[in-house]
Design a protein around this ligand. Structure first.
Ligand code: FUB
Length: 326
């Protein structure tokens, strides 16, 4: 697979974004956000991303038929819900499946929720309250080789990360000045029960080739949203979106907390404002799952999932993939 392909029929009128791909029991499962036409004008707060449920999809082979298992969680069944089910991810522990999701509460503040199922295809039962101390968006979970689980999260602008410092909400949250260190994604070990943080979230610092933290003004490289963590040959790869400059980038570290050294671009900009992804090994090959807005004619809030093979160089760096431009 050299060219990125859409996972669903481009003319189906079904729009799915932010695909988190996971392998459970030898099968590939994809947990996307379910985009819809809400009729809300586009703005920097992301109000036009007004999603109300999640589906899960599965594949036995990367180029085989894709199965839609239907709705696995609906916003109306989440006790603390306000609006906007954004990016999610799923982890398995001891035969149970934990869906971590981004959702605004009744005060329009984003938190991270958890819902639990006995099967990867759900249905998932939401916990009565969000994870204590959680904020912002875009959770992603790494199961490390020693059996510990780590959660990563955060997103600027509509994702509200700029409202927090040291895990505390600010009176007037704003991004740092351009010459100050960029805001960081957050990293925390999960509790043994998988339902809470086991520690205060830490800053996941991305440094440049000289070991200096990336600056807030370095918008082509600094973290914006869409955290993903995977391991390759014993190294930790943190990948993310640069948001308003529309790159998917990656950085490499020696442990789950970092620091991570910036290494380059995974995917150049695609059609649509957002770019988002997951990276997974399936049947001996690595894949980049992502989305673009080509099938909807460029509507940034109606996105379609794609997959393309990801290739590593012998030194562990990743070959840049060109985003489709039309
Ligand atoms: O899908 C809503 C938001 O758009 C996600 O949470 C972000 O990562 C961006 O893709």
């Amino acid at each position: 697979m050299n060219n990125a392909t859409y996972l669903l029929d481009k003319n189906s009128g079904v729009y799915m974004a932010d695909p988190s791909a996971r392998v459970f029991g030898g099968k590939l499962y994809i947990y996307p956000s379910h985009d819809r036409e809400a009729g809300i004008p586009e703005n920097d707060n992301g109000d036009h991303f007004d999603m109300q449920d999640y589906h899960v999809f599965s594949l036995d082979d990367i180029d085989g038929p894709i199965v839609d298992h239907g709705v696995i969680l609906d916003v109306q069944t989440i006790p603390w819900s306000g609006r906007q089910l954004w990016d999610s991810d799923v982890a398995e522990k001891d035969g149970r499946y934990y869906l971590y999701f981004s959702l605004k509460d009744k005060n329009d503040v984003f938190h991270i929720g958890v819902a639990v199922a006995d099967k990867p295809e759900g249905p998932f039962k939401p916990q009565p309250a969000p994870i204590k101390g959680s904020y912002s968006i875009d959770p992603c979970v790494l199961k490390d080789d020693d059996g510990l689980y780590y959660i990563y999260f955060g997103g600027l602008w509509g994702g509200q990360l700029q409202r927090y410092r040291n895990n505390k909400a600010q009176e007037c949250g704003a991004e740092p000045a351009v010459n100050e260190p960029a805001l960081c994604a957050k990293a925390a070990k999960l509790s043994a029960g998988m339902l809470e943080f086991a520690e205060e979230p830490r800053d996941l610092v991305i440094v440049d080739e000289n070991g200096q933290p990336l600056k807030a003004g370095d918008e082509d490289r600094r973290f914006f949203e869409a955290s993903w963590m995977h391991k390759y040959k014993g190294k930790y790869y943190f990948s993310y979106s640069t948001g308003n400059t529309h790159y998917l980038c990656y950085a490499i570290g020696d442990n789950p907390y970092g620091p991570f050294t910036y290494k380059g671009v995974l995917l150049t900009p695609v059609v649509g404002w957002t770019t988002h992804h997951s990276i997974v090994e399936f049947k001996g090959k690595w894949y980049l799952f992502h989305h673009d807005s080509v099938p909807s004619g460029g509507k940034t809030w109606l996105r379609s999932m794609k997959v393309v093979e990801l290739k590593y160089n012998p030194d562990g760096t990743i070959q840049t993939i060109q985003g489709q431009q039309e």
